[in-house]
Every structure is written in structure tokens, then in C-alpha cells.
Write a protein that binds this ligand. Structure first.
Ligand SMILES: [Zn+2]
Length: 118
């Protein structure tokens, strides 16, 4: 299953950005939406993302991890800036609609993911 790859991504991000946290764990669950919980140092990722393009899956993991990098920032500009930097690191350019993305492009402008609702 693809989640192995995503766990690798998480481990990479954890080593690079979350080293100051004791032990953040990630769980893939049958839930409606993901969450980053500061009290339990845990990230929950919904299983439905596996039906989406890999780039979107990366975005989802990066989004939740960014909640621990830009801690207690909610979805403010600082959060978005950090999230954008991380996505760029993986060759992804986000196009936002308020808080969340509506599209992900590659560095050549090719569309990797586009939300099918407005
Ligand atoms: Zn969020």
C-alpha cells in the first residue's frame, strides 16, 4: 500500500523539521479529515487521501506536519509560507483558496492536482 511511501515522507520531514519534538507519531485512519494534535504529539491522516494523486497526498502530510513547525499559528500567513516552502522542496507549487489549496502545480506549471469543486 502507498502509505509506506507516505510514512517515509513523514519520517523525512520529522528528522529535518520536527527534531525538537520528543516523538510525533502519524496514524492513517478512516476519518473524515486530518488533524495535528499538540497534546498527544500526533498527526491523523484520513485514508481517503489514498484515492487522490500522490502529489495531493504529499500536500496533506505536509499540511499536518506544518502545524507542528508553525506551532499554534493556525492557518495564518506564517503557516502558509512554511507550507509553501515545504511543497516547493518537493517540486510542488500550491495555489490557494483561502486556507486550503485548490490546485497543485509542478515546477513547469503542469497541473498535478486540481480540486473538482469551487
Ligand atoms: Zn490545518
Amino acid at each position: 500500500m502507498k502509505t509506506i511511501e507516505l510514512v517515509d515522507l513523514f519520517e523525512y520531514l520529522k528528522t529535518k523539521y520536527l527534531y525538537s519534538f520528543v516523538n510525533i507519531n502519524i496514524q492513517f485512519k478512516s476519518v473524515k479529515r486530518g488533524r495535528a494534535r499538540y497534546l498527544t504529539n500526533s498527526i491523523t491522516i484520513p485514508l481517503w487521501i489514498l484515492n487522490y494523486p500522490i502529489e495531493y497526498q504529499y500536500y496533506y502530510i505536509i499540511h499536518e506536519v506544518t502545524h507542528f513547525i508553525a506551532i499554534y499559528q493556525g492557518h495564518n500567513d506564517m503557516f502558509k509560507q512554511k507550507e509553501k516552502e515545504l511543497l516547493n522542496e518537493f517540486g510542488l507549487i500550491p495555489i490557494y483558496n483561502r486556507v486550503y489549496i485548490k490546485q497543485l502545480n509542478g515546477i513547469n506549471g503542469d497541473v498535478k492536482y486540481k480540486r473538482n469543486w469551487l
